[in-house]
Design a protein around this ligand. Structure first.
Ligand SMILES: Cc1ncc(COP(=O)(O)O)c(C=O)c1O
Length: 383
């Protein structure tokens, strides 16, 4: 068999490899605390499950859904943007996805041809780069620096790259750093998109995972000409990583190109899952605040223990991640190995998000507060 040569340029997905290592530990009866993948441990709200199950009684629940998503769910997304961000969206400016990962992959061929450029952040969710490689799209990586609060310095992009770029992916609230974009940043990025005729896509998978007093923000609030898009997910805030669903909103040409790709490669998400997502969007602000409180408490507990053990981290207002530095004298890989072997703690080395990173590691606060406290309590003190 002859292979696509581009396949050899990407590695197996880190979290798939990690499953293998975790299984070995479990088979040996070694207890591990998994703070690696961003897969929430929290319960799915009852109303979401009820809506999912109720739809099994509707005729046609088992048939193909509309490719662009069910109208009621599209309406619920439109209402969410109106209520939460004061942004009006039309039907042709929204599409339902099988999770945001699907949209992030499909927006690449929807906007770029083979040999074109996409500008992506670094460190970042690794899918941006691997999917660009798979589609034959070149990437220009814009380094996110702590001194810039992990916001991209747009002036650092060479003009010859701007000329060749069709797409730029940003991600706020940001994985892995937890950084949040403010209004000034979003205004600047929208202006940048207009000036350079580049489709800017904000990956908003963590849009509601914020400290309790922080207001969520959408790129569409500043995109008056609707030239950008935003991708959203039900995975993180509604604990629905397994029943996969998300959406993209914004520029109608980009949404229609996304639909063209999507309708050729998949046939939409199972209707009961779309109904579950519709129910999720009916949950009120108390639900969102409850989830935010849980992560804020976990974060405060973890930060206190990291401080006690002299492990530095970025003080962030978003996501359920902590972006930390390996202690003095350790590379991130060495430290992640020590955490696993000595304490049974699984975290993610920064090199997964940026190949050149030998310093950072990411903690995912997706375990109960007491479990987090117990595992970090036992650490020795570092310099
Ligand atoms: C930044 C970012 N975007 C997108 C996703 C994918 O989420 P979904 O479950 O909606 O595909 C993840 C998952 O971890 C993520 O971290």
């Amino acid at each position: 068999m002859k292979y696509n040569s581009r396949i050899s340029s990407i590695a197996e997905y880190h979290f798939r490899k990690l499953d293998y290592i975790k299984n070995i530990f479990q088979e040996q009866g070694i207890k591990i605390t998994d703070l690696s993948i961003g897969d929430p441990d929290l319960q799915v709200d009852k109303s979401i499950l009820e809506a999912l199950v109720a739809d099994f009684s509707n005729s046609g629940f088992n048939n193909y859904p509309p490719y662009e998503g069910m109208r009621d769910l599209k309406e619920a997304v439109i209402k969410y943007y109106r209520d939460r961000f004061l942004v009006d969206i039309n039907y042709d400016e929204v599409i339902i996805l099988i999770g945001s990962k699907e949209g992030l992959n499909n927006i690449i061929p929807a906007s770029c041809g083979i040999g074109d450029y996409a500008i992506i952040p670094s460190p970042a969710y690794p899918v941006y780069e691997t999917c660009c490689k798979l589609w034959g799209v070149n990437t220009y990586k814009i380094e996110l620096k702590e001194k810039d609060m992990y916001l991209p310095n747009l002036n650092s992009i060479p003009s010859k790259i701007l000329d060749k770029s069709n797409l730029m992916i940003i991600n706020y609230p940001n994985n892995p750093t937890g950084a949040v974009g403010n209004a000034d940043f979003f205004k600047e990025i929208v202006e940048f998109a207009y000036e350079n005729n580049i489709l800017v896509c904000n990956d908003g998978a963590y849009n509601e995972i914020l400290d309790v007093d922080v207001k969520p923000i959408s790129i569409l609030q500043f995109d008056t000409e609707k030239k950008c898009i935003e991708i959203g997910s039900f995975s993180k805030i509604y604990n629905m990583t397994g029943f996969r669903i998300g959406y993209a909103v914004g520029n109608s040409r980009a949404i229609s190109a996304l639909l063209k790709v999507k309708s050729n490669v998949d046939s939409g998400q199972f209707k009961p899952i779309q109904k579950a997502a519709e129910a999720a969007l009916k949950l009120d602000i108390d639900y969102i605040n409850r989830i935010r409180n849980i992560y804020s408490e976990r974060k405060a507990a973890a930060e206190m223990l990291l401080d006690e053990h002299n492990i530095q981290y970025f003080n962030s207002a978003g996501t359920f991640y902590l972006w930390c530095k390996a202690p003095y004298g350790y590379s991130n890989i060495e430290f992640c190995e020590e955490l696993l072997k000595e304490y049974g703690i699984v975290v993610t080395p920064g090199s997964i998000f940026d190949v050149d990173d030998s310093t950072h590691f990411r903690i995912s606060l997706t375990r109960d507060k007491n479990e987090i406290i117990n595992c970090f309590k036992s650490l020795k003190s570092y310099k």
